[in-house]
Design a protein around this ligand. Structure first.
Ligand SMILES: Cc1cc2nc3c(=O)[nH]c(=O)nc-3n(C[C@H](O)[C@H](O)[C@H](O)COP(=O)(O)OP(=O)(O)OC[C@H]3O[C@@H](n4cnc5c(N)ncnc54)[C@H](O)[C@@H]3O)c2cc1C
Length: 368
């Protein structure tokens, strides 16, 4: 089969490798992306290992501490207590890119893709390049991210839901690190995640109202003070090691992420709230479903196989999207009664191993 993959982010890289037994061309235009601390679930880590990608720079995630600011009690999800090897790995997105580049990389064609046409009766799908070349394929995998003009031009009409939130990203160092443990702290202003990057370093992802995010990002010392105040003495004293970055958050999805000869994966098919660290994990579970369906089918049956794969993933996507949005909305409501109830619920869940197992396995996509 002749395959064209548009976009060489993590999703496009995985798609190209999953289809490496076919004739694959990967187009990607070089852009500078912000460094993000990503939680890769154990399912994702296993998928990457199976593709020959080892994640030496990742930190194995052994426990997750969940708490509500200024409310006593917490819950600790511990991989060993739940009989799991690990919850996954925390990794900087730039290290993940490097891991893709250093393990038998798929050659990248840097010509810009300017439009894509779906399969017609007489021809396969066509990818048009900025130098005037047209490439005809059997399948075009669009993995070109969440702001894809190619998808818009195909008339695929994404749906949008504004969260009214922005993510503030930053790296800090702390004086009392806890090895291989992530922290999810529900603050009155929005969920704050601290992801272990090794040693005393943590990646901060804080979901805030846009005006507050812009204000604290403009004054890194204010941001640091607010992080310190949200964490209390949990990790000792915090120091900034990078400047903050602000990313506006929006939920965006395609109801049917395929057309004849075209399949859309990754942020192009859906972007979800990062509170549960699921965007890339969910996307790669979708890639797996579609790839499994393609392997089982024939070329003549390709479009039906793509549809079957997406149908098999649909429930996972709906549940993961809903859970991520619900976490944001529920915990962003700054009311003392809500905080008291959720703090109590978190503390009581700490004694319930069955519930903790369910939460951990849901996070790894095992119920999908
Ligand atoms: C704050 C934040 C925290 C997150 N944390 C997590 C987490 O902990 N765990 C998790 O699983 N997910 C997380 N995510 C989600 C995750 O980052 C995304 O799901 C993932 O990066 C999507 O990858 P992608 O390959 O679809 O898109 P991208 O990484 O955007 O890649 C798209 C690629 O396509 C290329 N491209 C675009 N247009 C063209 C064109 N016309 N021609 C050729 N190439 C083109 C671009 O240059 C780019 O390289 C987080 C997201 C945010 C915002």
């Amino acid at each position: 089969m002749r395959i064209v993959v548009v976009g060489g982010g993590p999703v496009g890289q995985v798609v190209a490798r999953r289809l490496a037994n076919h004739d694959v061309t990967l187009f990607d235009r070089p852009v500078v992306k912000p460094a993000m601390s990503l939680v890769l679930s154990e399912t994702t880590v296993t998928q990457l290992h199976a593709l020959g990608i080892s994640l030496q720079d990742g930190v194995e995630l052994q426990s997750i501490h969940v708490s509500e600011r200024a409310v006593p009690g917490s819950m600790v999800l511990s991989a060993s207590e739940l009989g799991l090897h690990a919850f996954g790995q925390v990794m900087c997105s730039h290290d993940l890119e490097r891991a893709f580049q250093s393990h038998q990389p798929t050659p990248v064609d840097t010509r810009a893709v300017i439009s894509v046409r779906a399969r017609s009766r007489s021809q396969g799908p066509i990818v048009c390049l900025d130098d005037g070349t047209d490439v005809v394929a059997d399948l075009v995998c669009l993995c070109d991210g969440g702001r894809s003009p190619l998808i818009d031009a195909l008339g695929m009409a994404p749906q949008y839901r504004a969260f009214g939130r922005s993510a503030v990203l930053m790296r800090i160092e702390v004086t009392r690190p806890q090895a291989q443990r992530a922290f999810e702290r529900f603050t009155a202003t929005g969920p704050l995640a601290l992801l272990p990057l090794g040693g005393a370093r943590y990646g901060v992802v804080w979901s805030l109202a846009p005006e507050q995010a812009d204000r604290v990002a403009a004054e890194p010392q204010i941001l640091l003070n607010e992080i310190q105040s949200a964490l209390g003495e949990l990790l000792g004293t915090c120091t900034a090691i990078t400047a903050p970055t602000v990313i506006p958050l929006i939920e965006r999805w395609l109801d049917t992420p395929y057309r004849p000869g075209i399949a859309v994966f990754g942020n192009g098919a859906q972007t979800i709230h990062p509170v549960a660290g699921q965007g890339l994990n969910l996307a790669l579970r979708g890639v797996s479903r579609v790839m499994e369906a393609i392997q089982d089918g024939s070329l003549a049956d390709l479009d039906r196989c793509v549809q079957t794969g997406f149908d098999a993933w649909h429930r996972d996507r709906a549940q993961t999207r809903a859970a991520s949005s619900l976490l944001e909305y529920a915990f962003a409501w700054n009311h003392p009664v809500r905080r008291f109830i959720s703090g109590g619920l978190i503390a009581s869940l700490d004694h319930h191993i069955g519930a903790k197992r369910w939460i951990a396995e849901a996070g790894m996509g095992r119920y999908a």
